[in-house]
Design a protein around this ligand. Sequence first.
Ligand code: GLV
Length: 324
Amino acid sequence: MEKIFVTFPPSGIVKVLLKEFNTSYNEEERVLSKEEIIERARDATALMTTLVDKIDRDIIFSLPNLKVISNCAAGYDNIDIEAAKERKVAVTNTPGIVTKATADIAMALILAVSRRIIEADRFLRAGKFEGWRFNLFQGIDLNRKVLGIVGMGKIGKEVAQRAIGFGMRIIYYSRHRLPESEERILSATYYPLDELLKIADVVSLHVPLTPETRHLINKERLQLLKPGAILINTARGPVVDEQALIEALKEKRIFGAGLDVYENEPYVPPELMELDNVVLLPHIGSATVETRQTMLIEAIQNMLKVLEGEKPDSYVYLPQLDEN
Ligand SMILES: O=CC(=O)O
């Protein structure tokens, strides 16, 4: 008999879709500790998780019946994939679903930083608005500016399409260069990373967190940015050296930054919170009613397909394909 453990409080749809299964849930709005997951998922054949659950080697090796970990997120850096492979536990994720909502939040951050939206809102609420002034909150035009996309996967491409609508020129860096036909459709020109950082007016990060991308944007690379540049991170916090970014923002070496992710979430350095030239969001890239609902459905489908021996729509690792 399959037994499912869901690490987060279920919304109605989850309970309906899983009602035929022996399913238990963490009903509390808090992240479970490693020990709690091991205890509560002891005989589970499937785990449904989110990106805040750190599913490490200890957990994977402590659940003897585990066949699948279904992560309800695009990123899967919260799961020890090597350990899952050793134990032949499948790992699935929901990459296609979050694309448009995350691209929207990247665009929202680009606009919020370039037009100083949050600063202006705070100013007004503080009762400081005394009428239209010529110099009040002058921001930066996006029209004719260069957007440098780092990581031209699904989300990167959606951001490019949105930015074209705002009159931006698109350059990109990615591990794999796009076919020429796709570059033409997106009007995107490939540049090596360091070159891109020197040319772009806005740099938007869309790479997954891997050992290769940890601190990809380090102190040296931040120094390559133009004085008026804007850095946007909706990917994963550790892709940027946060301390080095704080220094760059403090010294006003760049125009500003827009962040949805942080190096040690949920910790946000107080120094960052004191700065006016950064917009800070609490990791809400995929947080729309429609997207979150679809993520849940996709995560459940992926999990059930693995349990039934079928190939799920999206996966990170499937033991049955191991031999290839
Ligand atoms: O950050 C969100 C996700 O990976 O889905």
